[in-house]
Write a protein that binds this ligand. Sequence first.
Ligand code: GDP
Ligand code: ZN
Length: 340
Amino acid sequence: MHQRLHPRESADDCEAPLAAGAASKRKVQGSDEAEGTGILGRVVARFGQRFTVALDAVASAAAEAAEVDAIARGRRLQVVVGDRVRCSQEHGSHVIESVVPRRNLLFRADANRTKPLAANVDQIAIVFAAQPPPQPEFAWRAMLAASAAEISAVAILNKTDLESSAALAALDELARLGARVLRLSARTDPAGAAAQLALVCRGRVTLFVGQSGMGKSTLLNLLIDARLRTGALSRRGTHGRQTTTVTRWFAYGSDGAVIDSPGFHEFGLSHLSAADLARSMPEFAAVSPSCRFTNCRHAEEPGCQVRAAVARGDIGLARYEFYRKVLALDNNSGGAHPRR
Ligand code: GDP
Ligand code: ZN
């Protein structure tokens, strides 16, 4: 099936308005925080269809937020770690009745599906190191997810006590792509690492991601009490089984939070369109407005300025191939014609 191309001069401009974030694509459930009844709280963990909700401390009650187990009212109510929710109490147990509209929603990729990962995030911290050898695509995916959700990214190079020249070059590239950068060694300078992390995380909601072995747990243990972390990441399920949560929200200071995502491999990006992608990759965004067609997917369209920039070497071939891969331009079975 051929896509109709829209020349830039055409009045028939089909370009979608810039999405306010990934969340804008999904139906937002619930009401504003000021409205509605029930006890407000924050979803801090998810175990399948069961959730842990940190109820807001009521003025007169203890300063510590009480954590309760809760289920969602109906399977259609999508509840994600980081959500602000309203709960009711039924026969002594808590039920999540509604979700306060989210500021944003990040997705993770799970086999062929994209699933919600966390909501209401201010920034993504990408942890990597020279060892084990990092895959640049991991950081690029995380950067794309951040950019598409209109949140900032922090690239953290850990293990600077190891020989890191290639990793430092990768860090520079992430800085050019818009990330704030940190260089740390959790092993040889834990106090310095803790201080730098605290500066970045204070007063904000930070989602930590990284390929395994990079030292994410070691760094998080500098921020949050290690025993608290280990205890919170697994708990007894309904039948006494140990269940492990994929994602856990930890309050950090009075108005910040750190979200840990163990066993997390890839960011789901399949909900993003070609236009979202090109907008979220700065070197693409710089030239794509000059493409001949407003709805150019930068594939085989004539007059494509992205491909021209690749040919000139202004856009790295690896980045262009990454773009095609995320859009699945090369691996569909559409026959002779690439999907456009
Ligand atoms: P995670 O899988 O990303 O959570 O990684 P871990 O925190 O479990 O760390 C993986 C390995 O890297 C462990 O053996 C850590 O001791 C080691 N590690 C963590 N930080 C550093 C560091 O700054 N330098 C060095 N050389 N090793 C580190
Ligand atoms: Zn183009």
